[in-house]
Design a protein around this ligand. Sequence first.
Ligand SMILES: Nc1ncnc2c1ncn2[C@@H]1O[C@H](COP(=O)(O)OP(=O)(O)OP(=O)(O)O)[C@@H](O)[C@H]1O
Ligand SMILES: [Mg+2]
Length: 243
Amino acid sequence: MKHNAIFITGTDTNVGKTFVTLLLMKKLQSLGYLVQGIKPVASGCIRNDDGLLVNEDALRLQHTSSHFYSYPMINPIAYQDSIAPHIAAQRASQLLTKQSLIDAIERSLKLDAGLYLIEGCGGWTIPLNLHERYSQVIVAMKLPVMVVIGMRLGCLNHALLTMDHLTQSHTPVLGWVANVIDPTFEALDENIQTLQHCIKSPLLATVPYHSCSNDLEINWNLESIFKNISIAVKDVTNRVDIE
Ligand SMILES: Nc1ncnc2c1ncn2[C@@H]1O[C@H](COP(=O)(O)OP(=O)(O)OP(=O)(O)O)[C@@H](O)[C@H]1O
Ligand SMILES: [Mg+2]
């Protein structure tokens, strides 16, 4: 089954997956798309007034989406500890498996809420348990992937390892985003050029560093940031239409 969904992964934790996803949601909404952000697995959650474990990323995705769905639809698997999810699952005496994650994502996708942007957890091939990886879920579901590359020293190795793994697993890659998370990163342009040379899929956006990055209402020039996004997204929606 083909889904109207894009999986957003990154070169690491804290590279701007949520940040880029939120900007992308705004951009796609401005193009007339109904978008739904979800974060199927989140660690680092706090209990809200109703006793529900909630995660900041997931709450931001919930509030920026075109529809407002209940929290468990946005983030069905939530752990309190801010640690790797398979360890958080162990500590919570829960079993996190490839099949349980596929089932959880499928349940959210059944809402049929437009174009889904699914934020991953950590980097591409993070463990779910000692035998299964998050990447296997996305490969099994045949979801197209977008990679957020956090532009900082060390990113070339992380980016190329991620891209090589995606290629080896025959995962469709829509493209990548150069997200400038370190304003002091030297030779930014040369690094981006190197990545463009080494990565087959297109550069979809270069997101500049912004000192008040938590304020999405600032005057982002989304037109110039996401120059190549329309083609990539049409590719996803066309595939679903053909199906
Ligand atoms: N372009 C940018 N300019 C300035 N700050 C940024 C930028 N992109 C991300 N940040 C900041 O970097 C931090 C990490 O970003 P974000 O939470 O989006 O990363 P993530 O990859 O989603 O992390 P996680 O693995 O925890 O989900 C946040 O404080 C965010 O505001
Ligand atoms: Mg995040």
